[in-house]
Write a protein that binds this ligand. Structure first.
Ligand code: GLU
Length: 439
């Protein structure tokens, strides 16, 4: 028998084999279990399951940064490189005070699935620094970014691992990150620009990258909702989070004819049954840092926000915000996951029991990384795409990914989440099949 034709021996459960704790509320286990359910549905090889159940590399760093008051503070940072079977590790890095290992591992895993689903030639990675960026001065923010970059510099690179913005990070931070890498790495100076995406347009960024995640959510909804019996024109929407993702997504959906009737963020919850003008709310948010104080809507409680009857609820804030309690309150037909893993395991189970159609994050929010890929391609080829070209290509990727997911669902008769994971896994499985496992 040739080395590539080894038969798979029957095994026990992957989580037992790898010695995972059995905690039903652990985000990493939730992600692994979602993968395993989809793997079972498509009969994925055991070896591929165990490879994917753990990240390839877990990098943890500690670095000191000079603070404005003259003392040095030690920061903790992570870079998780989940899988690179399809291409360089790819995924954002976040600044948040609650960042910890299991979350970053889950988010890196989701990036592997996302890139495989939209068929861009990248694997999955994710990073983070445990810090509240709102508490840093611009100078401190810059120094944290440059030290984080230099701490992980030897493990990343334009063809190895390509970070990008995520929660609490933005284009300016990517510019500092790219500059640090370019000044210090052995890479050809200007080619090193590709080490990070989501850069400012004047420094190698792509047109349309900033709005890309919100645009992708809108593209997926436009493709899928008519099939679910919800017309875009006049559909009622509530938004959880109003940062980069939902700030853009809300405005784009409103311009497509949707009515945004409730919005919530870390500063409070608003409702207006005649529609909240997301363009005005966006301007207010830019000035004040939150939706609080916006005059043309009523202030409501968290419970009333979730109970607001809508066609589509779009969580676009942090992960694990929808627990069983919030899921019980929801009064929506569809949940489009604009944030990564917005439901905790109990919330996810409750949404399933209640028959809410969940469009999973690896599909709904894949627009960001897709335009990151376009940015990387433009940098590699030293060309600039027009905003129209970016929009057209993004739409094509999102529509095809949505159709692939729907086809898999029809074939396997499963949830959209299992279908999206199964679609991604089939692609990864076929690549492992032809590549084989070294040696
Ligand atoms: N942080 C974004 C995500 O979670 C974008 C990643 C990227 O552009 O690489 O999808």
């Amino acid at each position: 028998m040739s080395a590539t034709m080894t038969t798979e021996l029957p095994r026990g459960s992957v989580t037992d084999e790898l010695g995972f704790p059995s905690d039903p509320d652990n985000l990493y286990l939730q992600t692994v279990n979602t993968m395993l359910e989809a793997a079972e549905a498509i009969n994925l090889k055991h070896r591929t399951r165990i490879i994917l159940a753990q990240p390839k590399n877990e990098i943890m760093v500690h670095f000191p940064v000079l603070m404005d008051d003259g003392h040095h503070k030690l920061f903790k940072g992570y870079r998780i490189q989940h899988n690179n079977a399809l291409g360089p590790y790819k995924g954002g890095f976040r600044y948040h005070e609650d960042v910890h290992l299991d979350d970053v591992k889950s988010l890196a895993f989701l990036m592997t699935m996302k890139c495989a689903l939209v068929r861009i030639p990248f694997g999955g990675g994710k990073g983070g620094v445990k810090v509240n960026p709102r508490e840093l001065s611009p100078g401190e923010l810059q120094r944290v970014t440059r030290r984080y970059c230099s701490a992980i510099m030897d493990q990343i690179g334009p063809d190895v691992d390509i970070p990008a913005p995520d929660v609490g990070t933005n284009a300016q931070i990517m510019a500092w990150f790219a500059d640090t890498y370019m000044m210090s790495s052995k890479h050809q100076h200007h080619d090193a620009l590709r080490v990070v995406t989501g850069k400012p347009v004047e420094f190698g960024g792509s047109a349309g990258r900033e709005k890309a995640t919100g645009q992708g959510v809108a593209d997926v909804l436009a493709e899928m909702l008519p099939g679910i019996g919800i017309p875009l024109e006049g559909m009622k929407v509530s938004l959880l989070g109003f940062g980069n993702v939902n700030g853009w997504g809300g405005r784009i959906l409103q311009d497509m004819g949707a009515k945004i009737i409730a919005v919530g963020d870390h500063t409070g919850f608003l409702r207006n049954d005649n529609g909240i003008d997301c363009h005005k709310l966006f301007d207010h948010n830019m000035k004040t840092g939150g939706i609080k104080g916006y005059a043309e809507a009523d202030v409501i409680s968290e419970e009333d926000f979730y109970r607001t009857k809508v066609d589509v609820f779009i969580p676009g804030a942090l992960e694990q915000m929808i627990k069983a309690k919030q899921a019980d309150w929801l009064d929506c037909k569809v949940m489009a996951e604009a944030a990564n893993a917005p439901c905790d395991p109990s919330g996810d189970r409750r949404c399933q029991e209640r028959g809410i159609e969940v469009i999973p994050a690896i599909l709904a929010n894949a627009g960001g990384v897709t335009v990151s890929y376009f940015e990387w391609v433009q940098n590699k080829n030293a060309v600039t795409w027009s905003a129209e070209q970016v929009d057209r290509e993004l739409n094509r990727h999102m529509v095809v990914a949505a159709q692939r997911t729907l086809n898999t669902r029809a074939r396997l008769n499963c949830s959209l989440r299992t279908a999206a994971f199964a679609t991604a896994l089939e692609h990864i499985g076929s690549v492992y099949k032809v590549r084989g496992i070294f040696p």
